[in-house]
Write a new protein. Structure first.
Length: 253
């Protein structure tokens, strides 16, 4: 990477690890820490010596290492969204990475015994010729994923309804940009088709979340108690979804 004028790389050993960062001098009056696209950047006044800067880094080492770990995880997740819409490209499906293969003589479908329990590396055959364009591959994959979402979500939703005695007026797929689901006071539920990228427990959590709104149209303590009744131990799935970066999903636009 190209460093800003006057900046340089520096390294400190702390907590048994090497912390490498960009050191930049400025007119600010205190030492500042920033985790950005290039990792850790430390900005210090021109009059502060290296020993004092190193001491400040060591003092905040635990916080720095925690944030750098989160930054690295985010970079890895964002890398996953660089789906190559071509032969051999892969994408997330029910929490696993499946691989696209093109064959005009085949029907589009996943080569596995259980569509609801894929394994990493399972092949998604696309009934397309080898010279199919990226846009055509993308559209074919989207149609297949939406079809799988429609089938699986319906099964999971009906299972919840059968176990709880709740009822809804209808449900349908959503393509919302920022919401995973919604429920109206009339009992109409929307579920975002992009949930098909996630493991089934996260899909179940979103369904339980929306069904809980049939009794509690809020997010107060009573609501979360309802979610717990519908899906005991939902917290892990909820927290996993909250940590999710939307940028890690394939782009279909």
């Amino acid at each position: 990477m190209q460093l800003p004028p006057g900046a340089r790389w520096h390294e400190v050993v702390a907590e048994g690890q090497r912390i490498r960062f960009v050191l930049q001098r400025s007119r600010r009056r205190t030492i500042g820490f920033l985790i950005g696209d290039d990792g850790l950047r430390v900005t210090a006044p021109r009059w502060v010596g290296l020993a004092e800067i190193d001491g400040a880094v060591r003092e905040k080492a635990r916080w720095i290492l925690s944030k750098l770990h989160e930054w690295q995880q985010r970079r890895e997740r964002l890398a996953l969204n660089q789906t190559r819409w071509e032969e051999g490209g892969d994408l997330p499906y029910l929490g696993r990475r499946i691989v696209m293969r093109l064959d005009a003589q085949r029907d589009t479908g996943l080569a596995t015994a259980d569509l609801d329990a894929p394994a990493d590396g399972d092949v998604l055959w696309l009934g397309l010729p080898p010279d199919a364009t990226a846009a055509r591959i993308r559209d074919t994959v989207q149609a297949w994923l939406q079809g799988r979402a429609r089938v699986l979500f319906d099964v999971r939703l009906r299972d919840f309804l059968a176990r709880t005695g709740l009822s809804i007026s209808r449900w349908r797929l959503s393509s919302a940009a920022t919401r995973w689901g919604s429920c109206t006071s009339e009992g109409s539920i929307l579920l975002n088709w992009r949930l098909i990228h996630f493991p089934v427990d996260i899909i179940d959590y979103v369904i339980a979340h929306e069904l809980a709104h049939l009794r509690e149209m809020n997010h107060g303590p009573g609501f979360w108690a309802e979610v717990g009744q519908l899906m005991p131990g939902f917290e892990n799935a909820r927290d996993a979804l909250r940590r999710h970066d939307p940028g890690s999903l394939p782009r279909f636009d």
